[in-house]
Design a protein around this ligand. Structure first.
Ligand SMILES: O=P(O)(O)OC[C@@]1(O)O[C@H](CO)[C@@H](O)[C@@H]1O
Length: 305
């Protein structure tokens, strides 16, 4: 079972305008979607849709926390959250004619006792893989993530910003940086595919067993102990890119739960992301047939190591 820990969940509010945004103007629309979000929660939703066993955990509080909990229940996603006194946040994505605006709140204050309860919750669930996804709310530090990593006999995956990846200390199974997170984690400039490979290999050398880099329209890379694999992105219509990186990691983790190879896990990541970018916000698209019925993505070996 995969336990996904989202320290900083959110109600994701995705709102669409057919015009460019302007200051001093009231823009109005009928097109708004509210979903339960936060990177770990998205992974729980996508992994469950990929027929792997997942439970969502983390901190929830207030009305938005109740919304997230109720939505997960309604969608049949197992959950085991720590209830906090402060309010879970609301994150807004504005899709306008002039682009995609992402507005994220830093989140509620977490107390040391909340972290203790989270560690106990993780231990009680006895997952074989524990994923920590997304930003850390005020009051929670990277040493708390290392503590979670060491608190049980599980493989630990992280879907966190590059500035976090640079500082983590425990032994990690997999991390999933995007291009800018690769740059932030390594201090390198990451523009070309070759730059991405070198930065991902540097992270692997720092102790991540797998580095799964999501590169948007350029697909994804997987660095393993033995090789560097690459998979192109599918050419699909993009509604928005929210949750795309979470989808790449979800495909990878679900494939590992199903006992698939490294190449198939990378392929499943890219195929899952191709479906997720086609729906608004972090809604879950149809994913059951992702590996069997989809055009096969050709995975190539960039280099053996
Ligand atoms: O502020 P964070 O924790 O870095 O990111 C949170 C978030 O933007 O990421 C998800 C998409 O990946 C959304 O569901 C959510 O709103």
């Amino acid at each position: 079972m995969i336990l996904t820990v989202t320290p900083n969940p959110a109600v994701d509010h995705t709102i669409h305008f057919d015009e460019p945004l302007q200051t001093g103007v009231v823009h109005r629309t009928d097109d708004a979607v509210f979903t339960a979000g936060g990177k770990g929660i998205n992974v729980a939703k996508y992994v469950s849709a990929l027929d792997a066993d997942a439970t969502a955990s983390g901190f929830l509080g207030g009305h938005f926390g109740k919304f997230v909990r109720d939505r997960l229940d309604a969608d049949g996603i197992a959950s085991d959250f720590v209830t906090i006194d402060a309010d879970t946040r609301l994150n807004t994505t504005v899709l306008a004619e002039d682009g995609e605006y992402k507005l994220n709140h830093n989140g509620p204050q977490i107390r040391p006792a909340d972290v203790d309860e989270l560690v106990e919750t993780a231990q009680a669930n006895e997952p074989d893989t524990l994923l920590v996804g997304g930003s850390l709310p005020p009051g929670m530090s990277l040493s708390d993530v290392d503590r979670l990593a060491r608190a049980g006999d599980w493989k630990i995956a992280v879907d966190m910003g590059g500035e976090y990846l640079a500082e983590l200390d425990a032994d990690y199974y997999v991390c999933k940086p995007n291009r800018s997170e690769l740059a932030a984690a390594t201090g390198r400039t990451v523009e070309t595919d070759a730059d991405a490979v070198e930065a991902a290999e540097e992270l692997h050398a720092r102790g991540f067993e797998y580095v799964l880099a999501s590169l948007g329209a350029d697909g994804a890379l997987l660095v393993t102990d033995d090789e560097v694999l690459s998979a192109p992105a599918l050419d699909v219509e993009v509604v928005d890119t929210v949750g795309a990186g979470d989808a790449v990691l979800s495909g990878f983790l679900a494939a590992r739960e199903h006992g698939l190879s490294d190449a198939d896990a990378l392929r499943m990541g890219v195929l899952t992301a191709a479906r997720v970018v086609g729906v608004a916000g972090t809604r879950v698209p149809h994913l059951e047939d992702v590996l069997t019925n989809e055009t096969r993505v050709e995975v190539t070996t960039v280099r053996t190591r």
